[in-house]
Every structure is written in C-alpha cells, then in structure tokens.
Design a protein around this ligand. Sequence first.
Ligand SMILES: [Fe+2]
Ligand SMILES: [Fe+2]
Length: 282
Amino acid sequence: MKIGSEAHKELFCRHFKATHRPFEPADLPWPELDEGGLARLRAVPFWQEVFHTERRAGAIVEAFAKTVDDPLLRAAIDLQGYEEERHARLIRFMIDRYGLAASEQPLEKLPDDVVTAFVDFGYGECLDAFLGFGVFKIARQSRFLPDALFSVFDVLMYEETRHIVFFVNWMAYNEVRWGRGAMPLRALTSLRYYARALRRLIGTVRRGADSDGTNFSATQADVFLNDFSVKRLVGECLAENTRRMSEFDRDLLRPRLLPAVGRIAFSAMRLWPGRRPSPQPV
Ligand SMILES: [Fe+2]
Ligand SMILES: [Fe+2]
C-alpha cells in the first residue's frame, strides 16, 4: 500500500465507513445503579469537561468537513463529525439519567484556520486515547463502577480508536500530498503536534484538579487510586493499544510515536531497581 495514493485514501475512508455502528445513545444498555454506584459516578470530577470536549469536537470536525472538496474524504469526515456529536448526546444522556453535575457551557469561537484546528484536534485524540486506554482498563479492573457501565463506555472507546486510525492515515496521506511525506519530517511534525496536545492536556488536568478533585478522592476512589502506578498505567496503555489496534485492517497505518515512547519508558521503569529498604545499623 503506497501511502498517499488513491488506493490508500479509498482504503482508510471505506474502512471508516464500513466500521460505523448505527445506534442511538438512549438505546444502549444503561444499567441501574445503586446508591454507592451513583455516588461514585457523581463524584468523578470531569463529566463537565468530557461533555464540553465532545461538543467542541463535533463543531471542529463539522467545520473542517465543509472545507474538504474530495467527496470520499468529505463523507468520511462528515461521518466522524456525526459520531462526535453523538458522543456529546451520549454524555448528555448519561448526565440526565444519573443526575450528574455538568451543564452546557457556551462553545468558544473556532479558530479561523480550521485545518490546523482539525490537525491539533487529531493529535489530541491520539494522546487522549492512548492514555485513556490504560486508565479505562485500570478503572474497569478496580470495579470502581459496575462493569455494565464500562460496556457502554467501550462503545465510545471503540469509536475514538477508529477516529485516531482514520486520522493518522488522513494525516500521512496529506503529508505526502503536501510534499512533507519523508519520514524524519513526518516524525518531527508529529512531535511538534504531540507537544502542543500534551500542553493542552496538562492544562485540562490542572483545571479539573482545581475545580472538584477533593470530592473524588473522598468517595471510595481509593479502590481505583490505590492500584495506580505510572508503571502499571504505561503497561496497560501499551497492552490495550496493541489489543484495540489489532481489530483494524492490517494495511492501515496506526499511531506509532506514542507506543514507541511508551515502550521505551516502560523498559526504563522495569530496569529501575525500585525502592530498597534502608540499611539497618549494626
Ligand atoms: Fe468523541
Ligand atoms: Fe473522536
């Protein structure tokens, strides 16, 4: 498969369309939660942020789709816009069903350069999804919330994985077309956009911690947090990335930089000797 060719474009667009799942958020198998489950779900401090991010995602992708002339690419990006808008409706449905504290905030004005906004958004999704894979797995294993709820969230995780596979292929296809397809240049471009995405993510986490983090740690979140370590997180991110990516057509590109950085970090952490007991006086 020659990256940047018509055949490449057809493959990643048709694959994206073929793996679209039609559903309405209200029809998903939302579980009944007991008082403890409700309290834990309500104490999670980032529903407001997730809801806003999904609404903003829909707006960016829809605005960008309008600027795309190629009918096949445009149909695929339109479909992604629809799915992002459906994510926002899914989160809205959950907020209403379980009485979560999150409201609809006005969306900030989109940047004039919608191409850069879409590329920034795409790298942001790659970073969020890679970290999200590990957090999701650890949270699910900790039984912080009923497994049935994680099955519903998994619908969303699957779509975000499709989005990043589509995005890395779309990006590589365009870089070839823009004359920037040589490998060192592509890696540098990725690095630059990931650095921007990381800065935004740190800002989001800081805002979340400032706003309502105390509630979360006060409500049995320790079942989740006690088991948590950076080493475990990186290990789960890598394992889940491999598992989730294996579902997609083998000819498609997948994100490579973050898993490579993750593997290096994980190897370094395994070599690290860990804490040793203090020497006892003789
Ligand atoms: Fe989304
Ligand atoms: Fe997405």
